[in-house]
Design a protein around this ligand. Structure first.
Ligand code: UD1
Length: 444
């Protein structure tokens, strides 16, 4: 695999997104799939672990990095901060010995919300950080107040002016101070920002009502591999004892549980037998439990493998999205696609984000029967879907449309592929290898 240096001016992402924007996915549905699929590294781990590498003044080698537009963008943010990055296939070398500026570029941060999480490590390393606010996005307003309040509790002065979050640590040492922080919401991003900041703070930080997502644990394990002292990641109370510096390390990212869940639904919706390899079944418990409610058989094969079997019939079920270990909001859209073809009435409650049901109207274009009221969607199962042109409105909406397209009779054309490429590592190619009739075509 060719080595690639990521630079802030790299036009690869823009080129990728404009190619994605000018192409469409054509799916001829109604066929079953078959075979094995290897699950890539977790997007949400990769993004935050890349930010976490800012904490270390030595080399970090990160394995199992997925090939995604979002990862490329995060690379450009780090690069703009003076960090040296070298990528070879799924291995990423990050050297943050020189952070040349504390100011992240507006045009990149506003394109990638997760890059705001770098405020924690930059502030911890330099005692100063200027981060543009990420703004809202297609699924909701998504404020960063919990990140800001936590950093303030650790002694940072934080002010938002002209859309920029300016933070600095007063005092001679410029080190953040350990603090006891209670999060109003178990926010994944806020937990990660504050945990990273606390690794280099003076004294002990306790984060109460911390997020318990596997990606939080992955980040904690990465920081521990660099010498951080963190206990309790994966529970609601995380304790971090600050250390003066972190050292070089080599680390492998966990498999992407949302990509794995998407392939389980692909098997279920096309009534196929698929084997997923390189998965952590424990991370998928709420997803597997719901699939079993719907009537789908999911078997744990080897320790890192899952098999989904063709179901005789699919049954309706109710879903409420919740923080981990509840049902993941990122799987809500793919499950909505599946429930459109399940017998009976299902109720989906999206309780994590306020505007994450926009795929319902696009699924209706394929013949689904979904009514949305506030944050609830009522799905009445239909016997079949039929292909149509549709538009992806966000990342997981794009996945839901691909899944529905695989099951629909006839031809589905999906636009808005830049959303899909943000977070799925070659979904169309992997589906092709499983026998799907799916093609990326130039948009006419
Ligand atoms: C992360 C994931 C995203 C996933 C989400 C929930 C990354 C890069 N993204 O997003 O894929 O869908 O977790 O599992 O890891 N909130 C506030 N104030 C804050 C922070 C959050 O009110 O300061 C609210 C949000 O608007 C949202 C809820 O808390 O309603 C949960 O958001 P959060 O867990 O922070 O999601 P992200 O970390 O942004």
């Amino acid at each position: 695999m060719e080595d690639k240096r990521i630079s802030p001016s790299s036009s690869l992402v823009d080129a990728k997104s404009s190619v994605a924007d000018s192409s469409v996915l054509q799916i001829r549905g109604g066929h079953s799939l078959q075979g094995h699929v290897r699950i890539s590294g977790a997007k949400n781990s990769a993004l935050v672990i890349m930010a976490g590498a800012l904490l270390c003044s030595g080399d970090c080698r990160i394995h199992n990095v997925p090939s995604l537009a979002d990862v490329e963008k995060m690379g450009r943010v780090l690069s703009a901060l003076g960090v040296n990055l070298q990528q070879s296939g799924s291995v990423l070398d990050v050297n943050a010995s020189q952070i040349t500026t504390s100011k992240a570029p507006y045009e990149l941060v506003t394109q990638l919300r997760a890059s705001f999480f770098a405020i924690g490590p930059i502030l911890a390393r330099l005692g100063v950080a200027q981060m543009p606010l990420p703004g809202g996005c297609a699924i909701g307003a998504r404020p960063v107040d919990l990140h800001v309040r936590g950093l303030q509790a650790m002694g940072a002065e934080v002010q938002v002016e002209h859309g920029i979050c300016n933070a600095y640590v007063p005092g001679h040492s410029r080190r953040l101070q350990g603090a006891k922080i209670y999060l109003d919401i178990a926010s994944v991003g806020a937990t990660e920002t504050l945990m990273m900041a606390a690794t280099l703070a003076e004294g002990e930080t306790i984060i109460e009502n911390a997020a318990r997502e596997p990606e939080v644990v992955d980040l904690a394990n990465f920081c521990i591999a660099m010498g951080a002292k963190i206990q309790g990641a994966g529970t609601s109370t995380i304790t971090i004892e600050g250390v003066p510096e972190l050292h070089s390390t080599e680390y492998t990212i966990i498999p992407d549980r949302i990509e794995a869940g998407t392939f389980l639904v692909a098997g279920a919706i096309t009534r196929s037998e698929l084997t997923l390899i390189e998965v952590v079944p424990d991370h998928l418990l709420p997803v597997i439990a719901k699939l079993r409610d719907i009537g789908v058989t999911v078997l744990e094969e080897a320790p890192h493998s899952l098999r989904v079997l063709p179901a005789d019939s699919l049954k309706a079920t109710d879903i409420e999205t919740l923080p981990y270990p509840g049902f993941p909001t990122d799987m809500q859209a793919p499950f909505m696609a599946l429930l459109t073809l399940s017998e009976g009435d299902s109720l989906i409650n999206e309780s994590v984000f306020e505007n994450r049901l926009r795929h319902a109207s696009e699924l209706n274009r394929l013949g689904a029967d979904i009514r949305v009221k506030g944050n609830a969607a009522f799905v009445r199962g239909v016997p079949m879907l039929s292909g149509a042109p549709v538009l992806a409105t966000d990342l997981r909406a794009a996945a839901a449309l691909v899944l529905a397209g695989l099951a629909a009779e006839g031809k589905t054309i999906i636009q808005g592929l830049h959303h899909l490429d943000r977070g799925y590592d070659q979904l169309d190619v992997k589906l092709q290898q499983l026998g799907a009739n799916i093609e990326r075509l130039p948009s006419s």
